[in-house]
Design a protein around this ligand. Structure first.
Ligand SMILES: [Zn+2]
Length: 345
């Protein structure tokens, strides 16, 4: 359990969401934090709930109209039990990023591969929305490019071109600790980065056609707040940044990999993990037309790694606003499942 009450282990998750009824209760609480309101007649008050395993319907006691708990979510019209969706969302956002449909099918004991595939596909669709706000402002931003993809293993599979990916990440400084000011000063002073005191903030990744100044500055303008400090290597493609309103800190002594590592530690770590993920999950084969979707998925997970509950709700298509009850309340039993005292119509 993390401090926000989100289950951090599978047994905890199972405790919070032991069955479909618990999942249904959660959906109800997210949609009506202050209690059920009928969509048709607008009346308040406890609805009828149905005890069957697959029911996601609430019935108004006033007008007798049904309301679906999954309407407007990724689970709408699905015949797959809620618990399977919940497990899928949990695994996808916290446990085994990018796992295969086959692994997923086995883990959940699903009889059909197609069901697993469809669920993963729909959940993943909730992760590929581009993040539109710009990053930076008071946080310096590291920017660099890398090459992804390349030659396939074995012959006769056609040419797999490498694709250039550009990334930007905020360098955030932890607020605790006496040496805060001094360490911040040193963080990019050309020495060894003080990794304990800095961490990656928000991330952006984009596939670009080339490393020209035009491509690079277009990415910076589209993703980084004007006025921010931008750290880059010495590549001349970045030299226009001061002209378009950024505080540019290029690496002066180019060509030394260790210096570059110390200057841009965060984005290099991201690239390294990104390559591992692409290799492990997609066997290094990246179709250029799919690459941006993978990058968006990676960014989605990275930017929510401290907010697993937000990620979980987001892939299920639940409203991003705060939810009640919290997982902690569910877990501790503080909150009573509406379904537990259900009157079945
Ligand atoms: Zn009604």
């Amino acid at each position: 359990m993390d401090p926000r009450g989100f289950p951090t282990t599978l047994p905890e998750f199972q405790c919070v969401f032991p069955d479909d009824a618990a999942c249904a209760a959660y959906l109800e609480s997210v949609r009506w934090p202050d209690g059920f309101v009928c969509n048709s007649c607008g009346c308040y008050g406890d609805p009828y709930r149905f005890g069957t395993r697959s029911s996601v319907v609430l019935r108004c006691k006033g007008c007798k109209k049904n309301t679906s708990l999954t309407a407007g979510t990724v689970m709408e019209s699905s015949h797959t039990p809620l618990s399977v969706w919940f497990w899928g969302a949990y695994l996808m956002t916290t446990q085994t990023p990018g796992q295969s449909a086959l692994q997923f099918q086995r883990q959940l004991g699903l009889s059909r591969y197609e069901t697993a595939f469809t669920i993963l596909h729909k959940l993943r669709a909730g992760m590929v929305r581009p993040e539109r706000d710009t990053i930076g402002s008071e946080h310096p931003v590291e920017v660099d490019e890398c090459l992804l993809g390349g030659e396939p293993r074995g012959k006769g599979r056609g040419v797999h071109h490498k694709v250039t990916v550009i990334g930007a990440i905020e360098v955030r400084t932890r607020k605790s600790g006496e040496m805060r000011t001094a360490r911040r000063k040193d963080a990019h002073g050309g020495g060894v980065p003080l990794k304990k005191n800095i961490y990656g903030g928000r991330l952006r990744l984009q596939a670009i056609s080339d490393r020209s100044a035009k491509s690079l500055t277009a990415f910076v303008k589209g993703n980084i707040t004007p006025g921010s400090t931008v750290l880059s290597d010495g590549w001349h493609g970045y030299s226009d940044l001061p002209k378009i309103g950024y505080k540019h800190r290029p690496l002066v002594l180019a060509g030394d990999p260790e210096k570059a590592e110390a200057h841009l530690p965060m984005i290099h770590l991201v690239f390294s993990n990104l390559k591992t993920w692409i290799l492990g999950t997609h066997h290094g084969r990246v179709e250029p037309r799919h690459l941006q979707a993978y990058l968006n998925e990676y960014v989605f997970r990275f930017n929510r790694r401290f907010y697993p509950m937000t990620a979980f709700n987001s892939v299920l298509g639940l409203a991003a606003r705060s939810v009640s009850p919290t997982y902690a309340q569910l877990y501790s039993g503080e909150w009573e499942h509406p379904a537990s005292g259900a009157k079945v119509a």
